[in-house]
Design a protein around this ligand. Structure first.
Ligand code: GLN
Length: 381
């Protein structure tokens, strides 16, 4: 009765944990979204856009003024030159940009290289687009296993997904690592599809590099980002893809028939977001730096083993052995008995490596994180 396509994946575990969290009145450190307000100026801009009658479809591939602002931002921050008319597409979140890119690039049975741990969407993205994912585990310290990466490329490889900063482990790919990836992509005629949604959330002086800024990757990268995380508006669903003309026109076709376009008034408001001063981004990273410490201290105090991430807003923690529970059992126990929701590690791994891990987000008010700290202390009793 149903397609084989949907047999290959389950519903999002992250969003399932949010539902469980609501059911148990727990603190939701599972799904990565802020529980604090978006910037006032941005909310005003959205309200003004609705009152100003920006209520009908925008141009399918995005309102012109927004595409122009994205093009400016891409040049300034990502060092990517993009023509707003032919090389920028506004989508319903970066989630749609990723799915539309895969649908536009991949033929049935072609392969996509994905680093592990990975954001849970990439599996279903591959299943729906007919791609076969080839997972390349990162080393425990986050470095690339060069041999594993090289051997993942073959005649069928069509694309590579590069998520930096990485969700869930917070790895920020370095220029040398990008160079290695770029050489392989060039040698095998592979397109990099990036997920750079956490590009401004970086710690300890780490720098964000877009692989499309490397000369050899300019024409073989689809660079994806969005407004959700940088401006705390995950529910607005505004993302975008930047890519050279041919790639853009292919993904625009998919986007056009999939969603027609992203919400027009919110696109209009996002123009205001892209005009925020540089200090906004510094403050955002500083704010998350403080929250990172709050959650890290809470997890260490509660007996978890974990490392501080270099970017994004998650901590991937090892479940203490003395609990004798795997990630699924422990996540259920944590949400129902302790009152804190986290995501079972296996959602981010194809291998067994996630089986004794949990992912926690710190994209929450300090008071939420402090209440979670109190609850997690109960694990020690
Ligand atoms: N990216 C966020 C996370 O990893 C939200 C996921 C989602 O529900 N789209 O938690």
């Amino acid at each position: 009765m149903l397609s084989r396509r949907v047999d290959h994946f389950v519903e999002s575990v992250i969003r399932d944990m949010t539902r469980l969290s609501i059911k148990h009145d727990a603190i939701n450190l599972a799904q990565g979204f802020p529980d604090f307000p978006a910037p006032l100026e941005l909310k005003r801009a959205a309200a003004d856009a609705i009152m100003g009658d920006f209520n009908q479809y925008s141009i399918t591939w995005g309102a012109k003024d927004l595409r122009e602002e994205i093009s400016r931002k891409a040049l300034k921050y990502n060092h990517i030159e993009a023509d707003p008319d032919t090389e920028v597409t506004v989508t319903c979140g970066s989630t749609e940009a990723m799915m539309a890119s895969m649908l536009a690039l991949i033929n049935d049975g072609e392969e996509v290289v994905v680093f592990e741990p990975f954001y849970e969407n990439y599996g279903p993205d591959a299943a729906v687009s007919g791609a076969v994912p080839r997972f390349v585990p990162l080393n425990d310290d986050g470095s690339i296993d060069e041999n594993a990466l090289v051997s993942a490329f073959n005649k069928k490889t069509r694309a590579l997904i590069l998520n930096t900063p990485n969700n869930p482990c917070g790895k920020v790919f370095t220029r040398d690592e990008m160079k290695l990836i770029a050489d392989l992509c060039a040698d095998h005629d592979v397109i990099a599809v990036t997920d750079e949604i956490y590009e401004y959330i970086l710690y300890d002086g780490k720098k964000h590099i877009s692989i499309a800024s490397l000369d050899e990757m300019k024409d073989r990268t689809i660079t994806i980002s969005g407004f959700s995380k940088t401006y705390s508006v995950t529910g607005w669903r505004i993302g975008y893809a930047v890519a050279q003309k041919e790639l853009t026109s292919a993904l625009r076709k998919v986007h056009d028939f999939l969603t027609v376009g992203a919400p027009a008034p919110l696109q209009h408001a996002c123009v205001t977001a892209l005009q925020f001063p540089d200090s906004y981004y510094k403050e955002l990273a500083n704010m998350y730096g403080g929250k990172r410490k709050l959650l890290y201290d809470a997890l260490i105090k509660a007996g978890f083993e974990c490392r501080l991430p270099d970017g994004a807003y998650y901590i991937l923690a090892d479940i203490p052995e003395y609990f004798e529970m795997d990630d699924m059992a422990f996540a259920r126990y944590l949400v129902s008995e302790i009152g804190v929701a986290a995501v079972p590690g296996s959602s981010f791994f194809k291998s067994e490596s996630g089986k004794y891990k949990l992912r926690f987000t710190f994209s929450k008010k300090d008071e939420t994180l402090l209440e979670a700290t109190k609850r997690l202390e109960k694990l020690k009793l």
